[in-house]
Each structure stands twice: as structure tokens, then as C-alpha cells.
Design a protein around this ligand. Structure first.
Ligand code: FAD
Ligand code: DLZ
Length: 519
């Protein structure tokens, strides 16, 4: 039988991968390749590069221990062509093979590239569906077909029934409700006990990767060290254990909270591992449900956590493949500004933004509400182009891959799709941040001051955003109350808000492109 090259991409680090299941340990060769094409399509955070490369190298070792023949190409290896296509071509020649098999990539960009390989390389290219997701492309298309609105909630109920998670024998939801979100909006207070996140000491493989990233990507965003991410399946499992036993019980209550000096509160920080393939999403959910069944975590926490994974995560992936490639270009508000320079430098007097961007630089992590209601909200209110915002999110987080990042950024946080994902924009003034965090007490700006010098910029930006986009939003039934308030305000007050927003935006320094220029 002829030899096949089994190409495993950097975010496909699962022993259960469909391409491995269909391969022969004696006869086929696994190819993994570090290439500049993937390392530079955005200027990834240094920690993201280190997590991916180190996890890839550890996974190659694991495969060898399992008896696979692995051909691993390092970024600095002589002759590295810089692209996946080039590395496949070289491997086909090295091993005298004429068939490459791989699991479909997570990003449209790479899928288009792979589509050209059959012709360009003149070989057989077998692309298998990624069955690590619960919902297949076909299943999602069937769910979406003919629906006027593609709301996550209805999709999620089907995933609950499909997986049997938190449903009884009649397919009815545990606790009588599908969703306990209304219980999950408590503001955090500083006297809460926050579990410290486990830190994993870099081993020799990781140290080599850290040296390589430091040498080759010195100008990329973010701090490379200290580095404490898990890069093996065993350490990712330890991170999951830690979350289930120490944090899950309070995950629901404080899901939307933000607290100075607390980078993750009761969030799991598991997304990098799930997205890389080190943890299986269904297994993660089952562990949470087992904790509920054992009486170790309440239903609002476990349902909320399970919803993020079998609901949101599967839903955004389905939506991405349903709507791409056009989705990436959508810009409902026709917003054109670049990002403020402080998204890259972290230099801002706004305490909430300073905290979210500061920890993003340090850790390549911010939790959902920081991403949605602080950096996302600000960028939308300021009129930044959703494509510029997308590029930032894709670069700065350790868990960022376009299939999950783009719908969350362009759809959920920027309303760039005009309401496919969200029924109204996630726009909020300083009051929201004040209610959900303790940032405002330490901020140079006053959240109770609405306009002028020293007022929280979110306040004027919020009304300016509504005024600017009135023609696009006033027909939205969920925005009616806000426009009624705006229209009752009177012209002088309205002008004050708009002038205040303009003065703030005029004084900002904007990204001149130097941070986003790729190699
Ligand atoms: P937890 O709060 O502990 O949630 C548990 C798990 O649920 C996560 O690990 C993740 O796998 C999943 N999850 C939660 N929310 C979502 C969601 N909205 N979409 C998909 N999965 C979800 N998530 C990414 O994995 N990669 C991204 O690039 C990404 N970009 C985002 C950009 C914006 C603007 C926003 C608003 C959200 C983005 N998210 C992204 C979703 C979410 O913010 C992260 O998954 C979450 O913050 C990861 O931290 P955690 O592991 O502590 O999550
Ligand atoms: C993110 C990433 C990086 C930084 N580098 C590589 C790489 O060198 N080789 C590789 O196979 N994969 C890498 N990845 C992950 C890919 O970018 C990812 O597979 C695609 O974006 C599809 O999700």
C-alpha cells in the first residue's frame, strides 16, 4: 500500500483526530510543520506563538511515544519553505508519497489555500471533516435552513438534546429551565476568594520555543515571560481539574464581573487548550455535569459553563462556515476609524480599558466581559472599523482562531453583521462598567459625570454612537427605549454629548498601522 502523508495542523493536537483514526502507524507518516505563513498572518501575541509551537512539539513527542512515524519541521530548519503547501510538497518528495490527508482547517484563509493543492502539487488531497466539534457543518446548515433568525439559544437547546447534557429522559431541561443566565450577573466584591490559576513551569522544549520566539518575533505584541501556560494534554487536564474543583461552583454567579487585579476571577482559562485540541470539549462539559451531579457545583454555574461550550462555541463555528467568506467584510455601521493606539501600547487613563489591555499584554488572556463590554464596546462606540477590531482580537489572545474569533468580534461585539448574532448592539455607557466592576473608583474619569473634562468617556461616546446610527437602529424594537430617552433630552443636552464625544475622539492617538504590518 502506498504511503500517505498525514498533515496535522497546529490547532489539531488531538489523538482522536479523524486523520489519525484512518491512518496506519506502520506505513503512513505524520507531518507537522512550523511555518512563517501561519506565524505571521497576523502579528500574534508572543505568548500565543509560544503556546502553539511548544504544544506542537510536545504533541509530536506524544505521537512518537504512541508509535507514529513523525516528520517534524521546525521554523528554523534549513530549507523550511515558509508555507504549509511548500512543506507538504517537500515531505511528499522526501517520503515518495503521492497522497496527503488532513482534517479540514479551522480558517477559511487556509481552506482556500488547501483547495489549490490538488492542482498545484498534482497529488491526491483528502480533507476530512473535523469531528472534534459536536455539530457537523451539515447539522448546522440543516438547523439554520429556513430560519428567519439564527439565535444561539434555540441552537443550544438542540445541542443539549443531542448530547444529553443536563436533560432528562424526556428531553426536558434539568431544573425546568434551559438557561439560568438571569442568576449569573452578580458584581464581584474584593473579599471573594479567587483561586490562583495553576502555572506550568517551562520544560526544555518550552524553553527552546521561548528562546526562538524571543529571537524571531521581538516586535510582536505582548510579554513572552513569565510563561505558565499548559502545553501538554496532561497539564491541560490538570488545569481542567483545577477549574472543576476550585472555580466552577462560582463560575455562574460572577461570570459577568470584573475586579481590579483579578485577571480571570472564576473563569476557566481553558479556551487555548480546547481550541488547540488538548482538551475535548464534550469531555470538559461532562466533567462539569459530574460535579453538578455530585453536588459540588450548582446548576446555574454548570448550565452556564456547558452553554458556553456546546452552545456558543459550536454556534459561532457553525455560523462562521455558513457565512464565510463574505462575513469578514461586513460593516453594518460603515465604521472606518483605525483602533486607538492604546489598544497596542496599553497607555490610557481609563481604568477599565487599562486593566483589560494590560492583562491582555501580560497574559494573552482577558475574560468574555472584558472582551465584549470593555474593549469591544469602546471600539464600537468610537466608530472603529470592525475589520481593524477583528485583526486586533485575532492577534492578541492565546485562544484566537478566526472561526471562533470573527463571529464573536465582528458579529457579537461590533454588530458588524447588522444583527445575525445579536438582537441589538452590546453598547453600554460607563454605568454598566461601574455596576459590574470596581474599576471606576480608581479611574481618573468620573463615571457620574456625563460630559466635559473628567467625565467618563463611555458616557458621551454611548449617546454619540446612538445618535450617529439612529437611522440604522431606530427600527430595532430593543432600542426603542434608548431612542425615546435620547429624543426627550433636548437639543442642548444632545449637543453637549456629541461635542464631548468629538473632543475626546479628536484628542486620541490612532493606530498608524505600524502594529498591524505583517512580515
Ligand atoms: P470561560 O468563561 O471559562 O468559558 C468556558 C469556555 O466556553 C471557554 O473556554 C470557551 O471554550 C467557551 N466559550 C465561552 N464563550 C464563548 C464564546 N462566546 N464563543 C465561543 N466559545 C466560548 N473565544 C475563543 O475561544 N477564541 C477567540 O478568539 C475569542 N475571541 C473573542 C472575541 C470577542 C470580541 C469576544 C466578545 C469573545 C471572544 N471569545 C473567543 C469568546 C470568549 O470570550 C472566550 O472563549 C473566553 O473568554 C475564554 O476564556 P475562558 O476559557 O476563561 O472562558
Ligand atoms: C496559530 C498557528 C501558528 C502560529 N503556527 C502554526 C504553524 O507553524 N504550523 C501549523 O500547522 N499551524 C500553526 N498555527 C495554527 C494554524 O494557524 C491553524 O491551524 C489555522 O489557523 C486553522 O485554524
Amino acid at each position: 500500500m502506498a504511503m500517505n502523508i498525514i498533515l496535522i495542523l497546529g490547532d489539531q493536537l488531538s489523538l482522536s483526530l479523524a486523520s489519525l483514526k484512518s491512518a496506519r502507524k506502520s506505513g503512513d507518516v505524520v507531518l507537522m510543520a512550523e511555518v512563517m505563513q501561519e506565524a505571521s498572518y497576523v502579528r500574534h501575541h508572543k505568548k500565543k506563538l509560544a503556546v502553539v509551537f511548544s504544544a506542537m512539539r510536545h504533541f509530536a513527542e506524544e505521537l512518537r511515544e504512541e508509535g507514529w512515524a513523525v516528520d517534524y519541521v521546525r521554523l528554523g530548519d534549513d530549507g523550511n519553505s515558509g508555507s504549509l503547501k511548500g512543506e507538504v510538497e517537500r515531505a511528499l518528495q522526501r517520503h515518495k508519497a503521492d497522497c496527503v490527508r488532513l482534517v479540514e482547517p479551522g480558517e477559511w484563509r487556509l481552506k482556500s489555500d488547501i483547495d489549490s493543492w490538488v492542482v498545484d502539487l498534482g497529488v491526491t488531497v483528502e480533507v476530512l471533516e473535523d469531528d472534534r466539534f459536536i455539530c457537523s457543518h451539515d447539522r448546522f446548515r440543516r438547523w439554520a435552513k429556513g430560519r428567519k433568525s439564527l439565535r444561539m439559544e434555540y441552537f443550544y437547546r438542540e445541542m443539549r438534546r443531542d448530547t444529553g447534557l443536563l436533560v432528562d429522559g424526556d428531553g426536558e431541561p434539568e431544573g425546568g429551565q434551559w438557561n439560568f443566565d438571569h442568576d449569573n450577573r452578580k458584581a464581584a466584591s474584593p473579599d471573594l476568594f479567587m483561586p490562583k490559576l495553576p502555572q506550568f513551569e517551562p520544560d526544555e522544549i518550552t524553553r527552546d520555543v521561548l528562546d526562538m520566539v524571543a529571537a524571531r518575533f521581538p516586535d510582536n505584541f505582548g510579554d513572552l515571560e513569565p510563561f505558565g501556560y499548559a502545553v501538554t494534554r496532561a497539564d491541560a487536564a490538570a488545569a481542567l481539574d483545577h477549574f472543576i474543583t476550585r472555580a466552577l461552583a462560582r463560575f455562574g454567579d460572577y461570570q459577568d464581573a470584573m475586579l481590579e487585579g483579578e485577571d480571570h476571577l472564576y473563569h476557566s482559562v481553558l479556551s487555548p487548550y480546547i481550541n488547540l485540541g488538548l482538551l475535548d470539549p464534550l469531555e470538559v462539559c461532562r466533567r462539569a455535569v459530574t460535579a453538578y451531579e455530585a453536588g459540588d457545583a450548582p446548576l446555574n454555574a454548570v448550565e452556564g459553563f456547558v452553554r458556553q461550550i456546546i452552545g456558543w462555541r459550536e454556534y459561532v463555528r457553525g455560523l462562521y462556515w455558513l457565512k464565510m467568506p463574505d462575513y469578514r467584510e461586513l460593516n453594518f455601521f460603515e465604521a472606518k476609524r483605525p483602533l486607538p493606539a492604546f489598544y497596542w501600547t496599553g497607555e490610557t487613563d481609563m481604568a477599565c480599558l487599562g486593566a483589560a489591555i494590560g492583562q491582555t499584554r501580560r497574559l494573552a488572556y482577558a475574560h468574555h466581559i472584558q472582551r465584549l463590554m470593555v474593549t469591544g464596546n469602546f471600539a464600537m462606540l468610537a466608530g472603529c472599523s470592525p475589520q481593524a477590531v477583528h485583526e486586533w482580537y485575532l492577534a492578541v489572545y492565546a485562544d484566537a482562531y478566526e472561526w471562533v474569533e470573527l463571529p464573536n468580534t465582528l458579529g457579537m461585539s461590533q454588530f458588524g453583521d447588522g444583527g445575525v448574532m445579536a438582537s441589538k448592539p452590546y453598547a453600554a455607557s460607563g454605568n454598566y462598567i461601574s455596576r459590574m466592576s470596581d474599576h471606576c473608583g480608581k479611574c481618573r474619569y468620573s463615571v457620574s459625570k456625563k460630559t466635559g473634562e473628567g467625565a467618563c468617556p463611555f458616557n458621551a461616546l454611548y449617546w454619540d454612537f446612538l445618535a450617529r446610527n439612529e437611522s440604522k437602529l431606530k427600527g430595532n424594537p430593543r432600542m426603542g427605549q434608548m431612542y425615546a430617552t435620547w429624543n426627550r433630552m433636548g437639543e442642548d443636552k444632545q449637543r453637549e454629548y456629541r461635542d464631548s464625544a468629538k473632543a475626546f475622539l479628536d484628542a486620541l492617538e490612532w493606530d498608524d498601522g505600524s502594529w498591524t504590518a505583517t512580515a
